[in-house]
Design a protein around this ligand. Structure first.
Ligand SMILES: Cc1cc2nc3c(=O)[nH]c(=O)nc-3n(C[C@H](O)[C@H](O)[C@H](O)COP(=O)(O)OP(=O)(O)OC[C@H]3O[C@@H](n4cnc5c(N)ncnc54)[C@H](O)[C@@H]3O)c2cc1C
Length: 400
């Protein structure tokens, strides 16, 4: 893999898809956002998102990674990553709607293969068609990295053939636009005594069910309004909405952890690529001492050289791990390493980008200022850097 801020692909299918996706993101989607005055801080509504889901579906991008029987194009991980990178590099606010990250098929992850016929018909196929949307509700105020300490509990209700769920989930991304949530809860009667292992189940919960409330969630530092709290108060969920087997919910919800972990990286790589490009442009046009462009200063040259080098390293290792995954090889350690290195290097790159932009980089409304805040979150999201390090060290200790 060679270094580029506008990558080309040898694989003709990837090249064609990336080309079409760039045209859509820079053309139609850019126009749609500017007509509606959409910025990262806009309080988006379902009415803003639905037309993008539908159009992206028409163009074949929404759920494109899925098997053909579900209307997808059965992409490899590497091909999907190339598209995710473009989404991240586009700078479009609604780019998360294009492949189905925001409440769509990518958010539902791997649960398709655990779904019953009825669950497919009622929940997942409409989700793939962009008619329904979901959020994923695992985290609680006191259960983040240590998610097994969650308090949300499911009590069996044999009389009505279902479960009663009580608990309070926070940071359910896409909650404001979702029809249903994938909720993980501890089975009542398990994990209550010292040494007793808790068992978790995963449920499809209609967000308009009696006993379920969707509340405005916290606003993260990115300033986006896409989070909800899901409050469950003795909420009845029919047994037909249990995903997979009772007690196997954590495994189902986290799905293919390794693949998911790796697939979070390309979007961040894309945003980082954009930041490097914007910074290079700035160094060419910004004049300082004696009317020289910033890029003529050796201190600045070293900074942009380091930024580009770190980006190349992060991108190379991510695509190397994805290629190995596509070959069916075990890449547990590599996925943890990629998530760690992509997050940490992106943070360093964005910090330098802000520095080089001077006051512009500190000004709200400037894209670099937004990207800095957005990318900073990745060191915590989807598994913190410390948790990745724990995992790498454990594998080194026991497997090598
Ligand atoms: C914008 C945003 C969107 C999110 N979207 C979702 C979503 O859609 N669905 C969902 O369920 N959750 C979501 N989350 C929650 C996210 O997954 C958690 O924030 C994350 O898992 C970390 O948990 P925590 O924030 O509670 O941190 P904590 O677990 O409290 O960790 C705090 C610090 O302690 C460190 N730490 C914790 N345990 C260890 C350990 N064993 N060893 C070393 N260090 C440790 C961590 O690395 C971290 O630095 C979202 C969060 C944000 C901010």
């Amino acid at each position: 893999m060679t270094f580029s801020l506008l990558p080309t692909y040898d694989d003709p299918r990837t090249a064609e898809l990336v080309g079409r996706l760039r045209d859509y993101l820079d053309g139609e989607l850019a126009d749609y956002e500017s007509e509606r005055g959409i910025t990262p801080a806009t309080r988006l509504t379902r009415a803003d998102l639905e037309p993008v889901w539908r159009r992206s579906r028409e163009l074949g991008f929404y759920g494109i990674h899925l098997p053909e029987e579900y209307g997808g194009q059965n992409l490899t991980y590497t091909q999907l990553a190339a598209l995710k990178e473009e989404v991240g590099a586009s700078g479009r606010v609604l780019s998360h709607c294009v492949l189905g990250d925001m409440g769509g098929p990518l958010r539902a992850g791997d649960i398709l293969k655990h779904a019953t016929e009825d669950q497919l018909k009622t929940y997942l196929l409409p989700l793939i068609r962009g008619e329904r949307a979901c959020c994923f509700s695992l985290t609680e105020t006191d259960a983040g990295s240590d998610v097994r300490s969650m308090r949300t509990v499911a009590v069996r209700d044999d009389e009505r053939d279902g479960y009663r769920l009580t608990g309070h989930k926070v940071f359910s991304s896409a909650g404001p636009f979702a029809d249903f949530a994938i909720v993980v809860a501890r089975m009542a009667g398990t994990g209550e005594e010292e040494g007793d292992k808790p068992l978790f189940s995963a449920f499809l919960v209609d967000l308009d069910s009696p006993g379920c409330r969707v509340e405005d969630g916290a606003t993260p530092m990115s300033g986006e309004h896409i989070e909800s709290d899901i409050v469950l108060d003795d909420c009845f969920v029919p047994a037909a909405n249990l995903l997979g087997r009772e007690g196997k919910g954590m495994r189902i919800a986290l799905g293919r952890v390794t693949a998911n972990r790796l697939l979070h990286c390309p979007t961040v790589l894309g945003a980082t690529r954009r930041a490097v490009r914007l910074t290079l442009e700035r160094t060419r046009t910004r004049k300082v001492a004696g009317g020289q462009p910033l890029l003529m200063m050796q201190a600045i040259q070293h900074k942009v050289a380091d930024m580009a080098t770190e980006f190349y390293a992060a991108r190379s290792m991510t695509y190397a791990a994805l290629a190995a995954l596509d070959e069916g090889r075990e890449v547990r350690a590599e996925a943890l390493m990629c998530k760690l290195f992509v997050a940490e290097s992106a943070f360093r790159i964005l910090d330098e980008a802000v520095q080089i932009h001077g006051k512009e980089g500190l000004t709200q409304g400037n894209e670099i200022e937004y990207l800095f805040r957005k990318i900073r979150m990745f060191r915590v999201l989807t598994g913190t850097s410390e948790i990745q390090r724990n995992g790498i060290a454990k594998l080194l200790a026991f497997d090598h």
